[in-house]
Design a protein. Structure first.
Lengths: 345, 247
């Protein structure tokens, strides 16, 4: 075990680096897989580790896209003029402007989404259980509608961003690398964070928030911090997605509540809530399932996906890791009090 | 002796039910004070009012001369006034040590501190406290799988871990195996004498409370019925009537 672990991580890193070159035809799908992993991991921070099931995390994805686009365009051209041209005018971006825009854009998107999370969380974290889910869903839907009526950012048409300068195949590798680096940073950060007192405190909030309050834990502060961190990463990948997709519009791409907004929850449920690896494994399972049905059952893909969601939610809520916890508790270091008949008390 | 909790003319109603009517009481620093009364006499409501679980209708509650009746639960807990629950509340999916580590006092912890791992000293303290309540052997077991009595002991240990100045205990001996009760009394006493924690205890077990408390308040029908030394309370006819249902 001691030697197996570093080797496992080494192989994993090697695979992450090599994947786009081993499967050159699947670069975009692999990038999307990273997107899934990241949104699943961030959803699990509140949904799995803290017990707050948000349906509104997609808000940060959409907002991240817009903030990133506005910054990325704004450093080179006036935004109203650019969006008003709706692709009709010619606006040139130099390489420096492009990469500076991407870099500043995704950082700005992350920071802006964090601030949004603190403000929205301040009002919605007084809601519990399904009410929190519906409340946050409302925020995401409302934001999509508002933005689609806001001409300055292109209204319902959305925004077209500059195309990657240079060879487009390199562009695919570039976006894969952006997602992969973000994902690895997020994973390492969470791996560390869940072991700190902070991680324990948000678990306490999940298990019994009233008790946590009665013990003097700064519940609101910790909830806001957790969501702000999650929002930062979702905002960042939103920004990367914006540049990767080149064009996006508000309702179907940015604030896509019924697609990515639900997919991230399903990923976590499939893999297992409240575990570090669960969302990663769930995202991989989900992405593979999605790509396979899209390719081989075209026309039925939404039915298959719906069936997967229903089966997961009804029969398999604890996911793969949750199931393993029951079957092999010793793998997770869980030990229970044995009673005389040998079963758990 | 100085007063640590001072409750003045506190009333609390739930709809038409008056749970607490014009109650005044005080708890001396370093003492063990008891709160008794028949079921439904408003003891837990009193506790809930003190720790800020719900707003009070009128009156004032002071903790170390600071008005706390308008404060929220976590704020009051951070002042060092802690309560345990009648229906034991622990984090059932974690093991005992994890439960203890979570219970460290967050009142001294900045957000930056929270992003540290627990130190060796924290682990040692957790082990010490578990040893103190007699759960050391079971420290790596999932706490939800412990017996009810053991969970109660764990909750008590968690409260101690939090280094409170004053601890409100809601029926600490309820559901505990009678053979373990003496051990628990001993530990409560030691928590009081060794750690200097003021104890305010709701208890139905008369033998326990008469043994431990320096001063006892008795509630009935939401009103203060009697107060005094344990021996006075024991012989008070009104208290006996209240318990036997003469009212």
């Amino acid at each position: 075990m001691t030697i197996a672990r570093p080797i496992f991580y080494l192989l994993l890193v090697a695979y992450i680096v090599a994947a786009p070159f081993l499967f050159p035809d699947y670069r975009t799908q692999l990038a999307t897989l990273w997107l899934m992993i990241i949104v699943a991991l961030t959803w699990d921070m509140t949904g799995g580790q803290m017990g707050y099931n948000s349906l509104g995390n997609i808000f940060f994805y959409g907002t991240g896209m817009y903030v990133c686009a506005v910054i990325g365009i704004g450093i080179a051209h006036p935004i109203a003029e650019y969006t008003n041209a709706a692709g009709g005018g010619i606006y040139k971006f130099t390489d420096t402007q492009y990469f500076l825009g991407v870099f500043l854009g995704i950082i700005g998107a992350g920071v802006f989404c964090s601030i949004c999370a603190v403000i929205i969380g301040y009002f919605t974290f007084s809601l519990r259980g399904p009410y929190f889910a519906i409340g946050t869903l409302g925020v995401a839907i409302a934001a999509g509608e508002l933005v689609s009526n806001w001409d300055w950012v292109g209204g319902g048409q959305g925004i077209a961003l500059p195309v990657y300068p240079g060879d487009l195949d390199n562009g695919k590798i570039f976006f894969y690398a952006m997602f992969a680096v973000t994902g690895v940073i997020l994973f390492l950060f969470l791996k560390w964070m869940y072991k700190t007192r902070f991680g324990a405190a948000i678990n306490a909030i999940r298990d019994d928030e009233e008790k946590a309050e009665a013990m003097g834990i700064h519940t609101l502060r910790y909830k806001l911090t957790t969501w702000a961190i999650a929002a930062f990463f979702v905002g960042v990948v939103g920004g990367i997605s914006a540049y990767q997709l080149i064009h996006f519009e508000p309702l179907e791409t940015a604030y896509q509540t019924i697609n990515l907004g639900i997919f991230m929850v399903v990923c976590v449920l499939l893999g297992g809530k409240g575990t570090l690896w669960g969302p990663v494994i769930g995202a991989i399972m989900f992405q593979v399932f999605k790509e396979v049905t899209w390719n081989y059952f075209l026309g039925w893909q939404w039915v298959a996906l719906g069936a997967l969601i229903v089966v997961t939610v009804v029969y398999f809520q604890d996911g793969l890791m949750g199931w393993l916890k029951v079957v092999k508790p010793e793998w997770f270091g869980i030990r229970v009090e044995k009673t005389d008949d040998g079963s758990a008390a | 002796m100085t007063t640590i909790i001072e409750v003045n003319n506190v009333s609390k109603s739930f709809g038409g039910v008056v749970a607490n009517k014009d109650i005044s009481l005080s708890v001396q620093k370093g003492s063990i004070t008891g709160l008794i009364g028949p079921n439904g006499s408003g003891k837990t409501t009193m506790f809930n009012s003190i720790v800020g679980y719900h707003p009070i209708d009128s009156g004032s509650i002071k903790f170390e001369d600071k008005e706390i009746s308008k404060m929220m639960v976590p704020e009051i807990a951070r002042l060092g006034l802690l309560r345990t629950f009648q229906q034991t509340r622990i984090y059932g999916e974690m093991n005992c040590v994890e439960n203890m580590l979570i219970s460290q006092p967050h009142r001294k912890m900045s957000l930056r501190d929270a992003f540290n791992k627990n130190t060796k000293a924290d682990y040692e303290r957790a082990d010490q406290m578990l040893e103190f309540v007699g759960l050391y052997e079971k420290r790596f077991l999932q706490s939800g799988s412990l017996s009810f009595g053991q969970q109660k002991l764990l909750e008590f240990a968690m409260a101690l871990m939090n280094e409170p100045t004053c601890l409100l205990l809601d029926e600490p001996t309820a559901g505990i195996n009678p053979t373990l009760i003496n051990g628990l009394i001993d530990r409560l006493r030691r928590a009081n004498s060794e750690f200097g924690i003021t104890l305010f205890i709701i208890e139905h077990n008369m033998r326990v409370i008469m043994n431990m408390a320096d001063h006892i308040y008795c509630l009935a029908h939401g009103e203060m019925l009697a107060e005094g030394k344990p021996e006075d309370i024991q012989s008070d006819q009104r208290v006996i009537d209240a318990y036997l249902g003469a009212h």
